[in-house]
Unconditional design. Structure first.
Length: 338
């Protein structure tokens, strides 16, 4: 099983520290560095900087959304980053959510799975330098234009970050990889895998062609209580605040894990701006379900155990309580592939 990393999506660390962190991951043999995007740094600029500062580690968007850029621009960007990185780029796509798409970009958040399907199809046509005559339900491209530059690779791996049943099925059908968040190995086989299999069957392919790469929070510490406390704010934000009461995909995911009452209570508290109470409503059991917490060697063992349920690679969202840069770097070294 391959290990990758996420870079922190914040500016509490100076940029030069983030670059040094990724360079160390490159030296240590981590497989991929994933760069997120919401309403802070844009992922493409950071990916470009990291591609220029590293030698072998793959550079992935983890993820960019399919609403704020056209499919053609996504394809052009992927081809450019693949050239800059000398064939190390991975394109991670998702829909993001209502807050980012409507609240930040001012675009209607609708028909996300359909938009993602058409985006994938157009991106792959562009990279193959085909003339783009495409008649979809969302995109209508009929002038027969084609990419005038020559991509280093005519097929770049595409990973999808999806959670809904239709989105998970799309990953099984079309993607090279699947990037789930709040991944519960205890529920994967029963709750999620059937959706991936449905998509694969539709495409007439085997799931062995799909890399399963959960984005997994890992808190390296001997103080489990502190580790859990450092994880609760993130969980509360997504379970409680990402979306409306009627449509929150993260909340629905936790309901599918059997936490309907807890998910509703967390959401009610969070949307009522009682955020400390929302965090307190997240049980230790919920934290431990999707987060690895413990001393470095124990975290290494638990990461490797993910392969038993079908995980082929992991994007490690690494932290230590207090976010001390030296302790975080030590944790990165301790978890490195051997």
């Amino acid at each position: 099983m391959k290990l990758g990393i996420n870079v922190p999506y914040a500016d509490y660390l100076p940029r030069e520290m983030v670059v040094a962190y990724v360079q160390e991951a490159d030296r240590l043999g981590y497989d991929t560095v994933w760069v997120a995007e919401a309403y802070g740094w844009d992922a493409i600029s950071i990916c470009t900087q990291l591609a220029c500062a590293t030698q072998r580690i793959r550079i992935g968007t983890g993820i960019i959304n399919v609403f704020s850029r056209s499919p053609a621009l996504i394809a052009q960007t992927a081809a450019s980053l693949d050239l800059i990185s000398n064939g190390r780029f991975v394109l991670g796509l998702g829909t993001s959510g209502h807050q980012v798409i409507e609240g930040w970009h001012g675009v209607k958040f609708e028909r996300g799975v359909r938009r993602m399907r058409e985006t994938i199809e157009i991106v792959r046509m562009v990279l193959r330098r085909e003339r783009i005559n495409y008649e979809g339900e969302i995109f209508h491209l009929g002038m027969g234009l084609k990419l005038i530059t020559h991509p280093l690779r005519d097929s770049i791996p595409i990973y999808l970050a999806t959670l809904t049943p239709s989105g998970v099925a799309l990953a099984g059908e079309l993607a090279d990889g699947w990037l789930p968040v709040f991944f519960s190995p205890a529920h994967y086989q029963e709750v999620i895998l059937p959706g991936l299999e449905t998509g694969a069957q539709k495409a007439g392919r085997q799931l062995t062609g799909l890399s399963v790469c959960p984005i997994t929070p890992v808190v390296v510490t001997a103080d489990r209580r502190a580790g859990r406390e450092s994880s609760r704010a993130h969980l509360a934000l997504y379970i409680g605040g990402m979306g409306s009461r009627e449509k929150n995909y993260y909340n629905q995911l936790w309901c599918s894990y059997g936490y309907q009452e807890e998910a509703k209570r967390i959401q009610d508290l969070y949307l009522d701006r009682r955020r400390d109470e929302a965090m307190a409503a997240i049980s230790d059991e919920m934290v431990d379900l999707t987060t690895i917490i413990g001393p470095a060697e124990e975290c290494r063992e638990r990461l490797q155990e993910l392969s038993r349920v079908g995980v082929t690679e992991v994007s490690v969202a690494l932290s230590v309580p207090g976010n001390d840069p030296r302790e975080t770097l030590a944790a990165l070294q301790a978890l490195a592939p051997r």
